[in-house]
Design a protein around this ligand. Structure first.
Ligand code: XMP
Length: 500
């Protein structure tokens, strides 16, 4: 890619949001470890550098720092949160952590009186209390320097997060940095790379056979479509049905994919997965066991297919970034079909989507002619309904959840405007109710609906009482083992989207 913004990672939760926001502004971006050496940066020749946030104190020993020589490369820099603190500390300013910190939406006042006050997302305990020589403060909050710049060096800092939609005008701030400060020309479009991707797949595969782990999710489906175009006749797709799919989902996936020239194989492994989860209640153990069993089933099936030498995976860019992370905290072990280990007996791994974000993968899918229902599919976690049944997973609980989930989806699908993701959760609480003339002591279903376009942060969706009432009454009427329905009104952070 000829024009690039380099995002240097210091462990912030929002690095992918930053790189994704830059690409949405039509400038290609890549995330690299924060300690990349300046000579490598020079080789990559980015038009600008963004330093991410991170959970550290820049003034304390042992906190990660960038190579100081990066500040001599004459490349524009934007430091965000920890990135700003680190830059200021390294260039002679002072950072302290004796304040109260600021978390959530905070009012920011630009120094320029012609610019209005705006709200920005803050999430910091430390703050820059003295700027390095040559810098000036360009905005404040009640307690800290909210933004600063060294106009001559083209170094900028924001204590807040312009990459999140909680910051009003954040997109404009990034656009200004990319186009006015870095002089980017823009024009990056993921869909224009399809021909090149097909070429890469063809040269990677040669005349060899390729095996793809297909989950029916957006990533592996788009991967299958690309492979089918690039190497028709050389591809075998395995769909491991772990039994934690939603109502009728396994059959739908089979129906869509068995029509195409993908050599589609479905493995029904429900019993094996349920057996592995017997007695398991801890969310992380559940996720790990499902991930491991998935690999076992996949390996066995791959063996049966004879010696297919190459493996293709629907790994996307965030999967790569997450697995290579150096400083970030693990929130949960995400599992998807992209999580197969390299130690499988394949001689080559082909990952055609490894450079793309989720929204870009959807763009590719549309361009490749996949059905809208598939391309616009809500994200569905690799471990499926198993992490939406709280506590031990049993066939009976799965069947309750499947029915409740279908009702939630049917009712919300019928709305004019739909949240980004919506589903039901079977809690491990039972509650007293009255049905007919009798007392019941039955399950509690939670409804989750979130508004988001990045799935890394979200707001709970304020669904109307009419639809909530309809869902509640349908669930309690149609499923006699449910006595109560509750609505989850937590955003992310502090909650995650999934309950486990
Ligand atoms: P969390 O719960 O981490 O979810 O806030 C963020 C988004 O990721 C989805 N999710 C997963 N996707 N494998 C996946 O492919 C997983 O293990 C997994 N866990 C959560 C979740 O549905 C939401 O869209």
């Amino acid at each position: 890619m000829s024009e690039m913004i380099l995002v240097l990672d210091f462990g912030g939760q929002y690095k992918e949001l930053i790189a994704g926001a830059v690409r949405k502004l039509r400038v290609y971006s890549e995330i690299r470890a924060g300690n990349i050496c300046a000579s490598e940066v020079k080789r990559l020749a980015p038009v600008g550098i963004i330093l991410t946030g991170g959970p550290f104190s820049a003034h304390l020993p042992g906190s990660p720092k960038c190579d100081p020589a990066i500040f001599k490369l004459k490349i524009p820099i934007l430091g965000i949160c920890y990135g700003m603190q680190m830059m200021c500390h390294m260039l002679g300013g002072e950072v302290k952590s004796d304040g109260m910190g600021e978390y959530g939406r905070v009012a920011v006042r630009p120094k320029d009186p012609s610019k209005p006050e705006f709200t920005a997302l803050m999430s910091h305990k430390d703050a820059v209390v003295r700027l390095p020589d040559g810098f000036e403060a360009t905005a404040h909050t009640d307690t800290c320097i909210a933004a600063c710049e060294n106009y001559k060096l083209r170094f900028y800092g924001t204590q807040f997060h312009p990459e999140t939609k909680h910051t009003k005008g954040g997109r404009e701030i990034l656009r200004h940095f990319l186009y006015d400060v870095c002089g980017a020309s823009g024009g990056y479009k993921p869909e224009e790379t399809i021909a090149a991707q097909i070429g890469h797949i063809q040269s990677a595969a040669g005349a060899q056979k390729v095996l793809l782990a297909l989950s029916g999710g957006v990533d592996s489906s788009v991967c299958a479509a690309l492979l089918a175009k690039a190497i028709p006749g050389q591809l075998t797709c395995i769909f491991v049905d772990h039994g934690f799919m939603r109502e009728n989902e396994g059959n739908e996936i089979e129906e869509i994919f068995s029509k195409h020239r993908l050599n589609f194989i479905r493995i029904n492994a429900k019993e094996r997965f349920l057996a592995k989860l017997k007695g398991v209640t801890d969310p992380e153990r559940k996720r790990k066991r499902i991930g491991e069993e998935f690999i076992r089933v996949f390996e066995e099936e791959a063996d049966k297919q004879g010696k297919i030498p190459y493996l293709a995976q629907g790994t996307i860019y965030p999967d790569i970034v997450e697995s290579g992370k150096e400083y970030g905290a693990t929130i949960k072990s995400h599992h998807n079909v992209g999580g197969l280990p390299d130690s499988l007996s394949f001689t080559k791994i082909i990952e055609p989507l490894s450079g793309f974000f989720k929204d870009e993968v959807r763009v590719l899918g549309r361009k490749l002619g996949l059905p809208q229902t598939l391309v616009n599919r809500q994200p569905f976690p690799g471990p499926g309904l198993a992490i939406r049944v709280i506590g031990e997973v049993t066939e009976k609980k799965l069947s309750i959840l499947r029915r409740a989930d279908l009702i939630v989806r049917e009712e919300i699908d019928a709305l004019k405007s739909r949240p980004g993701q919506y589903f039901a959760v079977l809690t491990d609480t039972r509650s007293v109710g009255v049905k007919g003339d009798g007392r019941t002591y039955e399950n509690v279903i939670a409804i989750r609906a979130v508004t988001t376009d990045d799935f890394m942060t979200c707001d709970y969706t304020p669904l109307g009482h009419k639809v909530l009432g309809r869902i509640s009454s349908r669930i309690t009427n149609e499923i006699n083992t449910v006595s109560r329905v509750v609505y989850d009104i937590t955003s992310k952070p502090p909650a995650s989207v999934e309950w486990e």
